[in-house]
Design a protein around this ligand. Structure first.
Ligand SMILES: O=C(O)CCC(=O)C(=O)O
Length: 289
């Protein structure tokens, strides 16, 4: 039987598991050289505070805008180890998102980033595929990722604000800044404080930890509830978060928030003037369905 790293595409069973559970550990891994290159480049940009960055207590703990940093970052974002298995989930045409994720976190004991359960997008109609790239071994002690399997199917969580709100409250209690309250989706369960508490407890009680090796790759449905664990060691826990979409028939050729990293864009919206079965021979018209 093939081991991890020897197969580059997903088996149909893995695609089914992804759809069912909302996540899949990819069979590929980044090479040790690429991981070391990424860590070195990230640490240098952190040291030199190369913008855009996020800070905690005045210290840089996240570098953003990875694609625009070029070099080893772009190499990793568009590498075969990520895009080959992604083709099994997204098809042959793949775009990288510049306006979601596109960052590297360096988490230490003090880090509170993404430790609340959250979704990476709010509704299913414009979902994304998140890929977590681990630059160090992650385990229970240094805060591996937690996921709630199947939670991407939960329509009652159509607005995850209550989960975040509850998380923000607990974060506030520990001295952080509570997030601004957001309105719940119409008809969503979890309106009362008690219901919010219940949903939060249910979600966390079903969360499972996913230890991953350095270079390991985790693909998640953007609606899956997940969180980073808390780093309880004196070391760091570095990971890169990337977002991908299919380049589908609605993808605009001049979209400046997405970069085509594999295949092609073939725009097929109804505003394209074309001859088709609805048109009279010799005439052109815009089809609107
Ligand atoms: O690093 C993790 O385990 C989760 C990261 C995450 O949720 C994010 O970057 O949005």
């Amino acid at each position: 039987m093939e081991g991890p790293g020897t197969r580059s595409t997903l088996e149909p069973e893995e695609v089914d598991l992804f759809r069912h559970n909302g996540f899949i550990k990819l069979p590929t891994r980044l090479s040790a050289d690429l991981v070391e290159g990424l860590k070195a480049a990230a640490l240098e940009d952190i040291r030199n505070e190369v913008e855009p960055v996020a800070r905690r207590d005045g210290e840089v703990d996240r570098i953003s805008g990875l694609w625009d940093r070029g070099g080893v970052f772009q190499q990793a974002i568009a590498c075969d180890e990520i895009l080959d298995p992604l083709e099994s989930l997204l098809g042959p045409n793949i775009e990288f998102m510049l306006n979601r994720h596109n960052h590297i976190y360096m988490r230490d004991r003090k880090s509170l980033a993404s430790i609340e359960l959250h979704r990476d997008c709010r509704v299913w109609s414009r979902n994304l595929l998140s890929v977590l790239v681990y630059l160090e071994d992650t385990h229970l002690e240094n805060g591996c990722t937690y996921v709630v399997p199947g939670s991407h199917h939960l329509s009652t969580l159509s607005d995850y604000a209550y989960i975040r709100e509850r998380g923000a409250l607990s974060r506030g209690a520990r001295g952080g800044t509570p997030r601004k309250k957001r309105a719940l989706g119409r008809g969503a369960r979890g309106g009362s404080p008690r219901e919010k508490e219940e949903l939060f407890e249910i979600a966390w009680s079903q969360a499972i930890p996913l230890p991953m090796p350095a270079g390991g790759l985790l693909a998640m449905d953007g609606l899956l509830l997940h969180a980073a664990g808390k780093n309880q060691t004196n070391g760091t826990r570095m990971s890169m978060t990337l977002g991908y979409h299919s380049a589908d028939e609605f993808s605009l050729p001049d979209d400046r928030k997405h970069v085509l990293v594999r295949g092609e864009r073939k725009y097929g919206g109804n505003d394209v003037r074309s001859m088709d079965r609805h048109s009279r021979p010799g005439s052109e018209r815009t089809e609107v369905y």
